[in-house]
Design a protein around this ligand. Structure first.
Ligand code: FEO
Length: 397
């Protein structure tokens, strides 16, 4: 019944859209949904690359059965064991008891732990080859892109890289599957948000994986989330490369907390000054309103970061502490950093913001501003000066 999208000769897309889940990993909002991508290669032997979240196993298994049309499924390549991709393995095994599961030693430890599967395994290592007729797969280990067992499968005939989470994005596939069939709108920012939230901590492993891929001719990338990359392959690789090197674009993210608008006025003044000094990309996030995933996306996107906080119960504003924790976990590097804050009777926030910048080893720029109560002329001028200093550093003046 299902007519499947043929990515290349006898290689089919059998993934699913998730338009129902509110938050990925129960943490990150999905305004555009998300896909769990899976691919079926029908040759002398048949191979499935990854599965889908168990919530969608019913439709998924029907698609595979239609495509195989009575043939057995010979191999399942498991590039990644996170349950958004590995969730349907046990059911797949029940339907195809003879299927050989292809993975590495670490994959098989997780396969036993999550699904109790310990037999019918085909172990691969770096450089192992699996030939299924006209098509052949070479395996590259990519540990910590996003979990330790992650590996890539490279199909040598069509030069397709099955890349697990790498080059993935949030967002469903609304009809089109290959990027050339889709108008790119929210996709690039959703790729940045996906990277920042999910893979952001693992910049060095992503860089190691990218180095490994350098000598390989890749015509198509089949990630586990989002479009199949063909027309925009260089842009997708470029975004992952820059993000994993923590290389920000010209622009500034201002994150601030504010109870009654006094710290917010400081943020507004700094933003005005940044603009007067020629910065065009300026994003203000009220930490009590913006979601952390949007803030993290912009922290990764722009090289300038300015954080402001009122003193709250003799500490930094709690939501600022929370976002600092998320930034620290992701080991964000090389930011041009400024900070400011306010207090009513005793200041603590600015000290905490100073310590945070030092811990992150960022380049603190300009003179931090600490305002008592409402904005007065001196503090206003100091905020303008802070914005100007950060802008000049970013623009290399
Ligand atoms: Fe899409 Fe790390 O799972």
């Amino acid at each position: 019944m299902y007519k499947l999208k043929e990515i290349a000769d006898n290689i089919y897309y059998v993934g699913v859209n998730d338009r129902q889940k509110a938050a990925f990993e129960n943490l990150w909002p999905l305004p555009y949904g998300v896909t769990y991508n899976s691919y079926l290669i029908v040759d002398e032997k048949s191979v499935l690359v990854d599965t889908v979240d168990v919530c969608y196993s019913d439709f998924f298994l029907k698609k595979i059965a239609d495509a195989l049309n009575g043939r057995p499924l010979d191999f399942l390549i498991v590039n990644h064991m996170e349950p958004d991709h590995a969730g349907s393995i046990r059911l797949l095994r029940q339907q195809y008891p003879e299927v050989k599961i292809v993975g590495n030693k670490t994959t098989f430890g997780m396969l036993a732990g999550y699904h109790g599967i310990t037999t019918g395994l085909h172990e691969v290592k770096e450089g192992s080859v699996l030939n299924i007729g006209k098509h052949e797969f070479v395996f590259y280990m990519a540990p910590m892109v996003h979990w330790p067992e992650v590996m890539f499968a490279y199909e040598t005939t069509e030069k397709i890289l099955f890349s697990a989470d790498a080059f993935g994005t949030f967002g469903t596939l609304d009809g089109g599957v290959i990027d050339s069939e889709i108008t790119m709108t929210h996709h690039w920012d959703e790729m940045r948000r996906y990277y920042a939230c999910i893979v952001g901590k693992y910049g060095n492993p992503v860089q190691r994986a990218l180095q490994k891929l350098k000598g390989i001719e890749i015509k198509t990338i089949c990630s586990t989330h989002g479009p199949v990359w063909r027309e925009h392959i260089q842009e997708a690789i470029g975004i992952y490369d820059r993000l994993s090197r923590y290389e920000g674009e010209e622009g500034v993210t201002i994150i601030y907390g504010s109870m009654y608008g006094n710290t917010e006025q400081m943020a507004e003044t700094i933003a005005f000054s940044l603009s007067e000094s020629g910065i065009k990309n300026i994003v203000l996030h009220n930490v009590s309103k913006s979601h952390a995933s949007d803030i993290l996306r912009d922290v990764f996107k722009y090289k300038g970061l300015i954080i402001g906080s009122p003193t709250y119960s003799n500490q930094v504003f709690p939501e600022i502490e929370s976002i600092m924790n998320k930034i620290e976990i992701r080991e964000v590097k090389n930011r041009i950093y400024g900070y400011f804050g306010s207090f009513t009777w005793s200041g603590a926030a600015v000290k905490r913001l100073a310590a945070f910048g030092e811990k992150m080893k960022w380049e603190t720029t300009g003179v931090p501003v600490e305002q008592k109560q409402a904005l007065i002329e001196n503090d206003y001028e100091a905020c303008l000066a802070l914005g100007k200093a950060v802008a000049e550093k970013i623009r290399g003046n």
